[in-house]
Design a protein around this ligand. Sequence first.
Ligand code: FE2
Ligand code: FE2
Length: 366
Amino acid sequence: MGKKSFVVPVDKTGWKLQDGSGAVQFSWEYDSSREKLLNLYDKGKRRQWDAKVRIDWDLEIDHDNPLGSSDEMIPLFGSPIWSSLSQNDKVELRRHIVAWQFSQFLHGEQGALICASKIVQTVPELDAKYYAATQVFDEARHMEVYSTYLDKLGLAYPINLNLKSLLEDVLTDSRWDMTYLGMQVLIEGLALAAFGLIRNFTTNELGRTITAYVMQDEARHVAFGRNALKDFYPQLSSKERQEREEFAAEACLSMRDRFLSEEVWDTLGYDVAECVKWMKESPGQVQFRSFLFMRIVPILKDIGLWGPTIKESFEKMGVIGFADTNIDELMKDDEAQAEEFDRKRISQVEDAIDAAKTDPIVPGQH
Ligand SMILES: [Fe+2]
Ligand SMILES: [Fe+2]
């Protein structure tokens, strides 16, 4: 397998930041644990997997259309720029879109790895430290998966500046619950919705398989953040909850308005302002970006960050309708779909073994 080539050399994009926590907490309460979190920890242990074994890395990627997605899924589809592109330009655009998207997944996974390890240090309760430790390993595996995928694709992008600034806010805040809120609820909630589109609406087997497996783990991570915060937020004063609501409302707005793939348009030499205008105004794109909040909205409601600030903000964004989404059903489905990919893989391996047994021996080959 080759290696991915970054559109900007990585020695030009290094990143170090001061971790603002300074608040490492030990806990000696070895025996008082919440059953819900311990159940998740047990599940996390049982569901560990090896990306080298579980995924068939020999599955091909079609470099002309890596995810096997329809043209309608390309952000510029239908725009004047799209109509001016040649067949070759379209091939290049598809490849760059996937490289950009999966690169953000990769960098986001590294952010999740660092956040989960920070939670191990800063969260006061031992049951949460246990669980976060399993998440650390899950996130390392997700990085491995996306990095290997990008090697196969041969192309990668640096971290998007808006993702970077959100990660910086989450990582430099000294309040431990902000790491959960920013990472487990907002960033992972958004990622789950984006992953869901790939798993459900594209056709490339490798892309869909890795997404389904990562989603199986992410469903647990979001459940962890949700359970921990649901216990914690009622204990805060209304002023403290208000601060969290404002942070969440601001982060959601910026995630909606800022992730506009400018780096791709710039790298390909398109008119960036025109592309951004299209992304912001095209009804299809507006609808797509609303869909990304399908998981975040019901979770914020569930954990009790559901005052006037957040409700007004979601009403303005046109995503308040997701408030009653049945998040437990979605998570159950995430697990079931990953198991379905496992079953398919096992039956393919069994078929291959059966075929090898019944294949007539070709003279000269054995
Ligand atoms: Fe992850
Ligand atoms: Fe995660």
